[in-house]
Design a protein around this ligand. Structure first.
Ligand code: NAD
Length: 508
């Protein structure tokens, strides 16, 4: 499968950026923007200085003071405009995701569709930010809870969902009354600028304060300015557990609010009754799709010993024929790894798995290296492991799937939960007892537990996030909006008396 020339790719990028209204590339910029498709540089951008970050947060805070008094349904109109602009520019923004993050075309478009979906959800939500009315123990009193805008939301995002994660945060934050300041991954800055151009146009159309959305560019040091700024009321950070461990104590030290979406190490239990045709399709999409670079990527299969040989035979056949190549070409299912460090992570993990008794069934192979020496395409790898050793318990952000076996269901659950991460999980079974137990309190300990589908590919209607080292945050649907608001409890006395709670007497 041939790759596009770097000149062709650069020309396409320039056209797409122009149509999105982005004019930020500069020859003397200090931040190179690369494409994993060819490994070449697409252009350069200027890093945001520390003073500019501080100024951006100050402007966002000023915008907050205005935006918080705008009625929520009117705030929803801004997100409605954003959703319309995303529909209009879906092809271009999706292409940019493919060029910059290496996702195959349909996944690039799917990511933009996810942004459109969350905008729709947030617009509806803008009329449903409801609180409780609570019965008071005191006569002539009423109690209620209200949800108010919180303040500036700082967003730090990872390369692998370069636009959707921002939109999950931004769409909810904006209807909740909060401005956003976004530090995207230094690997996917162009897509961030594309989003920023669209949201600024939406802001212009509804006449809202300009500083409701800002992008700051740079590495971890730029992110740290956001982390430490006391005017950032909520920091929503998506990335590795390593990043979360660096960021969380700093935000906690200033009593800021945190929403963490960190690494996963997701498994599928395949039971004796499983529909193996369905399981194989679910497993291959979840494990090899996005070249194994999703937080919800399937990394561990825990298969019953009675079906493991059949399953492994089918998986091996599917893996051997997976089309690997340019994510922009029709028919490709597996695009590139994001960079060389990622490739090193892939090779090192496979070497460790082999040292721990693992047998590679397919993979452990770099492909297309002659054609694109600066790009890193690999064959998705299937490794049979005797036990769940340390490397299996580690998230390697690459397409490596470890297959292990179990004898009884309790053992499967124990192996399943015996990792530090707790994002997503799945079981393939036609046995209702196993299915229900897997999603029950003593089943999977993850934030997402699926039956007869793989662990990846969530819809925006449900709350998204996970437990343990995944960080405990929830984004997207359900009641995730509450993280972006502050709650007040109000007691209103409409009587002429002043009774005290708990019958306390205080006669004055
Ligand atoms: P990363 O941790 O290297 O970087 C993520 C972001 O954090 C980047 O913008 C980076 O500049 C910033 N950053 C890093 N250190 C920082 C610091 N000390 N202070 C402030 N900012 C800092 O992650 P990545 O390689 O871009 O993405 C892959 C990881 O993200 C995987 O572990 C994956 O599981 C995780 N992820 C999780 C979710 C989720 O929802 N749980 C979603 C996507 C990705």
């Amino acid at each position: 499968m041939t790759l596009p020339s770097h000149d062709t790719l650069t020309a396409e990028t320039t056209d797409v950026l122009r149509r999105l209204g982005v004019d930020a590339l500069s020859a003397d910029g200090d931040l190179p923007a690369h494409s994993p498709v060819t490994g070449g540089e697409l252009g350069r951008l200027r890093a945001t200085t520390p003073d500019e970050v501080t100024a951006a947060v100050a402007a966002a805070h000023d915008a907050f003071l205005e935006w918080r008094t705008v009625p929520a349904p009117a705030r929803g109109q801004l997100v409605r405009e954003l959703g319309l602009l995303l529909r209009e520019h879906k092809e271009d923004l999706g292409a940019l995701v493919s060029i910059e993050a290496g996702k195959i075309r349909s996944e690039g478009l799917g990511e933009v569709q996810e942004m459109i979906d969350i905008c729709d959800l947030a617009v509806g939500l803008s009329r449903q930010l409801t609180g409780l009315t609570i019965a008071s123990e005191r006569p002539g009193h009423r109690m209620m809870e209200q949800w108010h805008p919180l303040g500036v939301v700082g967003i730090i995002s990872a390369f692998n969902f370069p636009v959707a994660v921002w939109s999950w945060n931004a769409a909810l934050a904006l209807v909740c009354g909060d401005p956003v300041v976004w530090k995207p991954s230094e690997k996917t800055m162009l897509t961030a600028l594309g989003c920023q151009a669209l949201v600024r146009e939406a802001i212009r159309r509804v006449g809202a304060p300009e500083a409701l959305s800002t992008v700051i560019l740079g590495d971890a040091a730029v992110g740290e300015r956001l982390v430490d700024d006391p005017r950032v009321a909520l920091l929503s950070a998506t990335g590795s557990t390593r990043m979360g461990k660096a960021v969380a104590p700093r935000v906690a030290a200033r009593f800021g609010k945190l929403l963490l979406e960190l690494g996963g190490n997701n498994a599928a239990v395949v039971a004796p009754s499983a529909d193996l045709d369905l399981a194989v399709r679910g497993i291959v999409f979840s494990a090899a799709g996005t070249a194994g670079q999703r937080c919800t990527t399937l990394r561990r299969v825990i298969a019953h010993e009675s079906i493991v040989e059949d399953l492994v035979t089918r998986l091996t056949a599917a893996y051997e024929t997976l089309p690997i190549g340019s994510p922009l070409a029709d028919g490709t299912l597996v695009g590139p790894l994001v960079d060389e460090a990622s490739y090193r992570g892939y090779s090192d993990a496979i070497a460790k798995a082999k040292a721990n008794g693992g047998t590679v069934l397919v993979g452990d192979e770099r492909v297309l290296a002659d054609e694109a020496p600066d790009a890193f395409y690999v064959r998705p790898t299937l490794v049979r492991m005797p036990t769940q050793s340390e490397i299996v318990q580690t998230e390697t952000f690459a397409p490596i799937l470890y297959v292990m076996t179990y004898r009884d269901f309790d053992e499967a659950l124990e192996m399943h939960n015996d990792v530090p991460q707790g994002l997503s999980s799945s079981i393939f079974t036609l046995n209702v007892r196993e299915a229900e137990r897997f999603v029950a309190a003593d089943g999977s300990d993850c934030g997402i537990a699926n039956v007869n589908i793989g662990p990846s590919g969530a819809e925006i209607g449900g709350a998204f996030g996970g437990e343990k080292e995944t960080g405990g945050g929830r984004e997207s649907g359900s009641d995730a909006w509450r993280a972006y608001m502050r709650r007040t409890t109000n007691t209103i006395n409409y009587s002429t008396e002043l009774p005290l709670a708990q019958g306390v007497e205080f006669g004055v």
